[in-house]
Design a protein around this ligand. Sequence first.
Ligand code: MG
Length: 364
Amino acid sequence: MKITRIRTGSIAVALRKPFKTALRVKDCVESNIIAIETDTGATGYGEAPPTGVITGDTNLSIVGAIQDHIAPAIMGMEIEDFEKVTAKVQRAVIHNSSAKAAVDMALWDLYGQLCGLPVYKLLGAARRQLETDITISVNAPDEMAEDAKTAVSRGFDTLKLKVGVDPALDIARLSAVRDAVGSGVRIRIDANQAWRPREAVRILNGMQEKGLDIELVEQPVIAHDLEGLRYVRENSDVPVLADESIFSPADALKILEMGAADMLNIKLMKCGGITPALQIAAMAEVAGVECMMGCMLETKVAVNAAVHVACARQVVTRIDLDGPVLTREDPVLGGAVFEEKLITLPDLPGLGITGFEPNRVNYR
Ligand code: MG
């Protein structure tokens, strides 16, 4: 199975509600699709959204990295030489983790098709169904309590809340949500680097003293402050999950060596694809550290690839893959089935994406 052509294109998928964070507001998912064609007629699909505020990757940088560096490095190679091909992708250009992720997942798609097996089965087949959490958007406490109740009535039993702008308001929001849903629902929070280490410990311990029962806190301190991350881990009652602090497998190694976090958040767009994600998962497994699988604002092509990794490895114990639930439509054919909190993989070879609705991908 020889690589004969690598195409890049763009796609836009409307969201149900505008996606608001401290950094941006989006009303649709805009992303880059790649299609790797082979001499057997098999096509592998990948995706890279331009999440500039997190990864530094833009539409132009993603397309440029693929067209100028990655595609020339692997063109004409055989999928049978899988290890060599995936290594070339990682070495073709530095940084550009989203572009690498798109190509790497398309190659795994082809490798699975070559072997006649779904990728999650090739990689371990721990399970074929996951349960994801759901993010409750930041609003007034009453509105968040209503949104939380609605989510629970839809069957979600793990809620994720963004915190970090105003500690007093955070406590009011969390209290409103906890009161609304009762004690049987898990609440995890993401501070997105908002706090200083001592401040984080004070806020987190205050939350637990109020009985908010926080399951875990994502990235309480600034990304590069691993000592600070470890300080929070050692001095608060809330388990610490590293997100912005861990992009690459080398980052994971450092955090694990330092004992800086209780858990690692793996995202394909941060680490550069399925191949590096597996390296992180393997290290975490050896260190006895559990992982979360997360995603950016992505269409089902990339989220589906993350589902395969999460289904493959038992060390992935927490799932934050609510992306496709947020979109109003799904022009991506095949792949994982998303029904509220349940995500189920079909038994199709490769990653199982079979194509797109007509005229939805604008190939260059
Ligand atoms: Mg996060």
